[in-house]
Write a protein that binds this ligand. Sequence first.
Ligand code: CP
Length: 366
Amino acid sequence: MKAVLDILDLSTDELEELIAKAEDIIAHPAKYAHAADGKKLATLFFEPSTRTRMSFEAAMYELGGHVITTAGVDSSSASKGESVADTAKTVSNYVDIIAQRHPKEGSALVAAMHATVPVINAGDGGHCHPTQTLADLLTIKREKGRFDHLNVGLCGDLKFGRTVHSLINALARYPGNRFFLISPPELKVPSYVKKAALKDRAIPYLQTEDMLEFMPELDILYMTRIQRERFADPGEYERLKDSYILTPAKLETAKKDLAILHPLPRVNEISVAVDDDPRACYFKQVLYGKYMRMALILKLLKEQETDKGVARKVDFSGPEYVRDSLRCKNGRCISNVEQELPQVFRRGADGVCRCVYCEAKADPEP
Ligand code: CP
């Protein structure tokens, strides 16, 4: 493995290996204080972040490694028009591993195609955020003790909330889970995520606008912020921004051992009065994110020792790929910003062609 772009790049065995490693780091931090001595991490953040960037950096320092960073488009040559591909090739000369956040969907794949060191997707637009899911999974493991037979409520912006997509994909691989998708109609989970993760595998899910309807059934309530920065129409954001506000009163019917998660940052969707509720896990989730990133950095550095300098092989030559006859219609896709990227679609078993970068459906289809 040379890149983690999507939570599905990690098998369930690998997820459990990372969780076991993170729990060992929590129990024996001194054992890992020099585990990455002499290694360097680049944090390339072309979109704002507090938790992800700082926890990657804290993780690398706690492993004895070093960090170089570019935080914000303005502090790098991206502001002069340098491509994601050229940036990844360049930075590979300086470091052993890259964590990248970028507002365009599919940008992490482009970085991984051109880097010669491992690339971790630290968030690509509204697409994926696998290391947040690692934080979510460790929180669930420590709070609930399992990943199966859980009633999982996801509430808020389920369209643009990339952490929601990654968490559904991760938990859908375990038996007995049921999903309660709570959102306004405009912010439902995209159909490609529902289809691949839930419908095609006959995993039960319900969609509702009412956050109270299934509250008594939930084992996990994953709240999310309405993502202002992803709305093309500011008026639409204003209309939807207060759709859900979790308060102590709304938790009256909830289970005593409900785990309330939130990837943060929070705006107003969880009242601060909920923070003192023992079921509120979102600040523990922040800390667990650092330990999971430590475990992931160690895993990728170890694997890098065996294939140093080899770029991630991405082969679009198979018969399932459709090249250059279609254009991605998703304005948030990296292939619509960096015009020299090849337009490539993958035809799935259902015959539908999806962009390899952002997974948007081809329209019209060939
Ligand atoms: N959860 C999360 O990704 O937070 P940041 O945007 O602060 O990194």
